[in-house]
Design a protein. Structure first.
Length: 205
């Protein structure tokens, strides 16, 4: 069971510092081949996962929230992109962290969390993000589809966009983040500093 000690001063400081680090990493985003340029990969979920595995899902979500709050200072999407990032990346971090504190499995939980992230990304884009881009940023769906069609001509509808662009991009992102996170966690989790914060130090593969 995850202890509810998120509001100890040292934990608040850790979440704030890790959130700032995640924000810096978030700025190092880059596009991927075969995806529209507005979909960009970054590894800022790694610090959030490290915090979530140490302190639990609420702390991990706190890092995701903090980095997106900081990103509002440089946003070009009037907060819509940050909302999408919080909901989608938050689903990965919260799911993996919660499952880890329930069963101590690492790889299995990352795989399950990756699947959850893909599902959440599709649902959030369909019900919230795409409508908000149209309403807030005056960006018609047709323009989004046109940008996707330049990379993949088979994208000709909202459904094909969700299935052929949003789902595979988020799956690739989740896998890339997990692959980077795993060796870092294996090394950092043995450190004395990390174990001072960690609620659970008995992770299994």
């Amino acid at each position: 069971m995850v202890q509810r000690n998120y509001f100890k001063l040292k934990n608040i400081i850790l979440i704030a510092l890790t959130g700032a680090l995640a924000f810096i990493i978030m700025l190092l985003e880059f596009p991927l081949p075969f995806f529209p340029p507005f979909l960009r990969l970054d590894f800022s979920d790694v610090p959030a996962l490290l915090t979530g595995f140490a302190l639990g899902p609420v702390a991990g979500l706190g890092v995701v929230f903090m980095r997106n709050l900081l990103h509002l200072t440089v946003t070009a999407t009037m907060g819509v992109g940050e909302l999408a990032n919080f909901l989608i990346s938050g689903s990965l971090v919260a799911t993996a962290s919660l499952l880890y504190h329930l069963n101590n499995k690492i790889i299995l939980n990352l795989l399950l969390a990756s699947a959850v992230m893909v599902i959440v990304a599709v649902v959030v884009n369909l019900l919230l993000i795409i409508p908000l881009y149209e309403a807030v940023l005056d960006l018609p769906l047709e323009e989004t589809l046109a940008a996707a069609q330049e990379i993949n001509p088979a994208v000709d509808s909202l459904n094909s966009y969700l299935i052929m662009v949003i789902a595979p991009f988020n799956l690739m992102k989740a896998i890339a983040v997990s692959v980077l996170f795993w060796p870092i966690y294996q090394k950092i989790s043995r450190s004395a500093i990390y174990q001072q914060f960690s609620l659970n130090n008995n992770g299994e593969l």
